[in-house]
Ligand binder design. Structure first.
Ligand code: AMP
Ligand code: FES
Ligand code: ZN
Length: 314
């Protein structure tokens, strides 16, 4: 049996990108050190920040909440779950969300899309999106996370995006030459408008597999079923495609992200200026067009103007 590289105990975690074996205890130390280093390097969280942590019920954001709570016990933190109304999935995730916030003793906030706004993600089946529901779902989640954070006075919004997610999105943006998307994807996106909260990604430098190890070794309650609407989604296909690349080049993600951050991003940032922001005619949130992406999608399913503030059940 392989031995832990640090302490010599029986190893359980194998990190293929660095060909390292670690035992659960040394892995936890390693993971926490890496997240701490990311938070410090990018100056993500100050002691007086009020942090809203978006928690989906999955292993990534569960690990995020657990590691933030452990590393920053004195920072004010609330976990947010958005129930998207997906049958056999959203309620299961909400249960896990409640369990993890209880176990970690973190304050919680649940936003129920159907109850608050009168529609849910499966309603998009009857629109042009048909089976491609991840796209409107992503727009709705991003909008609500930001709006709730702003309205509740949080100074930072933390999400569980990890290195696999980030490299996948970047890779795709490079393929399509989507420069604006490339420069928006950063470990810290500062607030550029009073109605945009600053966004942070503390798991920027850890892989999906590392989140799985961390969630498992710390016995975090996480969902055991996948989203039924994501089957066959293009993002899953891209995930498989990148994974096969990593099989041949185990540190592909690390090298790609490091070159991007050190060399390409600074050059791209110099050549791109963000489009001027206006206020959405329907909801008043900042947008580069007349009506924001959220309101356009909400109108598709509701057929009417949405102009209400979210209410909460806690
Ligand atoms: P995804 O876009 O599903 O890959 O999720 C990226 C991140 O968004 C997760 O790590 C969470 O931080 C957050 N997130 C996703 N879905 C939800 C949800 N239903 N409620 C709260 N946060 C979520
Ligand atoms: Fe958004 Fe599945 S969680 S489509
Ligand atoms: Zn709007």
């Amino acid at each position: 049996m392989a031995k832990c590289r640090v302490c010599g105990a029986p190893a359980e975690a194998y990190l293929d990108y660095s060909r390292t074996y670690l035992c659960p205890r040394c892995f936890n130390d390693y993971y926490e050190r890496k997240v701490r280093a990311t938070i410090q390097r990018f100056k993500m969280i100050k002691p007086n920040d009020r942090v809203l942590v978006a928690v989906s019920g999955g292993k990534d954001s569960a690990s995020l909440l657990a590691v933030l709570r452990k590393l920053l016990p004195d920072v004010e933190m609330t976990a947010l779950y958005i129930n998207l109304g997906i049958p056999q999935y959203s309620d299961h995730c909400e249960e896990k969300f409640k369990k993890i916030t209880e176990v970690l003793g973190v304050e919680s906030l649940v936003f129920d899309l159907k109850r608050e706004l009168g529609f849910s993600i499966p309603d998009f089946r009857r629109t042009v999106y048909r089976r491609r529901l991840c796209s409107p779902c992503g727009t709705i989640k991003r909008y609500l996370m930001n709006k709730i954070a702003v309205e509740q006075g949080f100074s930072k919004l933390a999400t569980g995006h990890h290195m696999d997610d980030i490299v996948e999105t970047l890779f795709n943006s490079y393929l399509h030459g989507d420069v604006e998307q490339i420069v928006r994807l950063k470990p810290v996106l500062p607030s550029t408008h009073p109605k945009f909260v600053a966004k942070i990604k503390p798991l920027w430098n850890v892989t999906e597999q590392e989140n799985l190890f961390y969630a498992t070794y710390n016995e975090l309650p996480v969902r055991t079923v996948g989203c039924p609407l994501a089957k066959g989604a293009r993002s899953l296909e891209q995930k498989r495609y990148l994974s096969s690349l990593v099989e041949h080049i185990p540190n592909f993600r690390h090298v790609f992200l490091s070159s991007h951050m050190r060399k390409l991003l600074p050059a791209l940032e110099r050549s791109i200026t963000a489009p001027p922001l206006k206020e959405c005619k329907k909801c008043g949130m900042p947008t580069s067009g007349e009506v924001c992406a959220f309101c356009r999608r909400a109108e598709l399913v509701l057929g009417k103007i949405l102009n209400q503030s979210p209410k909460f059940k806690v």
